[in-house]
Design a protein around this ligand. Sequence first.
Ligand code: SF4
Ligand code: SF4
Length: 70
Amino acid sequence: MSYIVIDESKCKSCYLCINACPKKLIKAKEKPNNFGEYTAEFKDDKKECIACAKCALVCPDIAITKVVKE
Ligand code: SF4
Ligand code: SF4
């Protein structure tokens, strides 16, 4: 199963990645960070990431630091 790594410290909660993922594998966190923002996180569920990198390409803050294909 492939996966992505999101650097929470760089995420500005714009959610472009959530809309870009064809597999709907990214969501907003349920708890806010220290700045009150609900940053994006990779879902830990049974759907598989296809490592297409669409999420990383749309992120304006380069917060998705890794797209790992396994
Ligand atoms: S596109 Fe980048 S900055 Fe926007 S929510 Fe996703 S990871 Fe965060
Ligand atoms: S690499 Fe593709 S499938 Fe995986 S989380 Fe990003 S947009 Fe979704």
